[in-house]
Design a protein around this ligand. Structure first.
Ligand SMILES: Cc1cc2nc3c(=O)[nH]c(=O)nc-3n(C[C@H](O)[C@H](O)[C@H](O)COP(=O)(O)O)c2cc1C
Length: 304
């Protein structure tokens, strides 16, 4: 029997496979496909302090090896989520990770404070800093060590672990990872989507209603895997959750070997709603076939 349990910092998980934020709904949407309690954890779509309408349609477009989205963080707001979505998630037995976003440091602070009353129902809070900072010419928080750190400092009312979700579009992601770690993040989630754009060749206009968007899926895996590899090489003690283009157990193994303690599955869920669950199961099978007794034996082995 393979031991699939892992830890992210001080947090124990029965297996290392979670859903990626924004790709598994706000609540228990995937419960009709598999038992949510069998996942390492379920990360829900990022929430802001207020309800948010998101971007105009079309919001997604298929590209070679993946997709591009410009959903624009549509959501019910933290209070609406607590009332309408959390009860079903609680009943499902899922280990729930909430995710928050904001347009200003103050909005992150408010979103964090709004979650305090339900902290006991949550495993962790992922702080999605891959969002435009409207107080800094809409530069992404995660593109600046200073802004990303300010968000972590503003959310320290949260007493459960906080994971900082970073963007890959930076020259030195290890520098940003170190900054948020120093500012209180218990782990970093690497990474969010790559920024991109698809233009209509006839009109010259962007295909997505929001203009540009975030590129995800298998096409981005070498880039996001490299982010994990580089951060782990520089800061081997910083817990990392790897995400980007994972569509099979073998992809998850690459992330673990690169230094991630756990992984998240996003775009693969749109092709197969059971993907996250299947990858968790297949990981056990892969380890058995390869004679790996404990999944943790794989973590960071690329650097040995
Ligand atoms: C439609 C869609 C919506 C997303 N929404 C969020 C979100 O709300 N918050 C967040 O942190 N990441 C969001 N992401 C990014 C994913 O969580 C993940 O980091 C990224 O897609 C890379 O993983 P993948 O290649 O497995 O999809 C979204 C991705 C997609 C495709």
């Amino acid at each position: 029997m393979v031991d699939l349990s892992t830890t992210v910092g001080d947090l124990s998980l029965p297996n290392p496979v979670m859903t990626a934020s924004g790709t598994a709904g706000h609540g228990a949407e995937l419960a009709s496909y598999f038992d949510l309690a069998e996942l390492g954890a379920l990360v829900v779509k990022s929430l802001s302090v207020m309800p948010w309408a998101g971007n105009p349609a079309p919001r997604v477009v298929e590209i070679a090896g993946g997709m591009m989205n410009s959903v624009g963080l549509q959501g019910p707001g933290v209070a609406g989520w607590i009332e309408d979505e959390l009860p079903a998630l609680r009943d499902s037995g899922a280990r729930v990770v909430a995710s928050i976003w904001g347009r200003t440091v103050e909005e992150y602070r408010q979103a964090a404070d709004a979650l305090l009353e339900v902290q006991d129902d949550l495993l962790a809070v992922e702080i999605n800093v891959s969002c435009p900072n409207i107080e800094d010419r809409s530069k992404m928080f995660s593109h600046s060590a200073e802004s990303a750190s300010a968000v972590l400092e503003a959310t320290q009312s949260i007493r459960i672990p906080r994971w900082a979700k970073l963007s890959p579009n930076v020259p030195d992601i290890a520098e940003i990872a170190h900054a948020v770690w120093h500012a209180g993040a218990n782990a970093v989630t690497l990474t969010n989507t790559l920024i991109g754009i698809v233009l209509d060749p006839v009109t010259g206009k962007p295909v997505l209603g929001g203009g540009g968007g975030g590129v995800s899926g298998q096409a981005i895996r070498p880039v996001t895997l490299r982010a994990v590899y580089d951060v782990s090489a520089t800061y081997p003690d910083l817990p990392i959750i790897g995400v980007g283009g994972i569509a099979a157990a073998e992809h998850a193994v690459q992330y673990l070997r690169a230094g991630a303690s756990a992984v998240q599955v996003g775009t693969a869920t749109f092709e197969n709603p059971r993907a996250t669950h299947k990858i968790a199961k297949d990981l056990g099978r892969w380890c058995r076939e390869q004679g790996v007794e404990r999944i943790t034996d794989l973590i960071g082995t690329a650097h040995v």
